[in-house]
Design a protein around this ligand. Structure first.
Ligand SMILES: [Zn+2]
Length: 205
């Protein structure tokens, strides 16, 4: 696509680098911005640059956070001894949306996938064991997607947990009829039920 203005061309180019945005949509968004007051566009730009510059990962659970410790970890009314292990922050959002969980999280940042060259050392698994050493944890809920990679990761963590003496109860989400895909795509009711009906890990395999 050729544009009479290099400025428009640049904006279209940047928008079209976003997932799911083709050149046509990028042009529509660019032209939309041109119709807005300058201040609105400045706000928009600032929100994006500030997001990228200021966002950080919680030092405890590795969820995305505005501060060193995220609002979930800092919330004293949440059960700090109940830790839900998830793959990504999108799973945290999905579980938070059920409004049925009052513990904290540990975000692994992925799952073990030998095919993609992701070993345990690339995930926040060591950090999880550090956390276990320094914090009193009574229950760990394995809330990873029921895929081969998710199962491998749960198996790896459980094995490592069982190698050291501790009283931590390990549970997994109940697998409902509709719960066969990735966690973040499961509807709230099903996910909520899977959480409430969680079961000891050993008896689920
Ligand atoms: Zn946190």
């Amino acid at each position: 696509m050729e544009f009479p203005s290099k400025l428009i061309g640049n904006a279209v180019e940047e928008f079209s680098r976003l997932p799911g945005i083709g050149k046509k949509t990028a042009l529509r968004l660019t032209l939309h911005l041109l119709k807005l007051p300058v201040e609105d566009v400045q706000h928009f730009g600032l929100a994006i640059t500030t997001l990228r510059e200021k966002i950080q990962y919680c030092k405890t659970c590795f969820n995305i956070s505005d501060d060193e410790i995220c609002s979930i970890c800092a919330n004293k009314s949440r059960k700090q001894d109940l830790v839900c292990i998830v793959e990504s922050m999108r799973d945290v959002l999905a579980i938070e949306n059920t409004q049925n969980y009052n513990g904290v999280y540990h975000v692994l940042g992925g799952v073990i996938s030998p095919l993609e060259g992701i070993g345990p050392e690339k995930l926040k698994i060591d950090a999880l064991f550090e956390r276990i050493k320094t914090t009193e944890i009574n229950e760990i809920i394995m809330a990873l997607s029921p895929t081969m990679e998710g199962d491998t990761t749960v198996f790896y963590i459980t094995k490592k947990l069982n190698e050291s003496p501790n009283d931590i109860k390990i549970t997994t989400l109940a697998r409902g009829v509709a719960f066969g895909g990735e966690l973040q795509y499961v509807d709230e009711v099903t996910l909520s039920r899977a959480l409430v009906m969680r079961r000891p890990y050993e008896s689920s395999i």
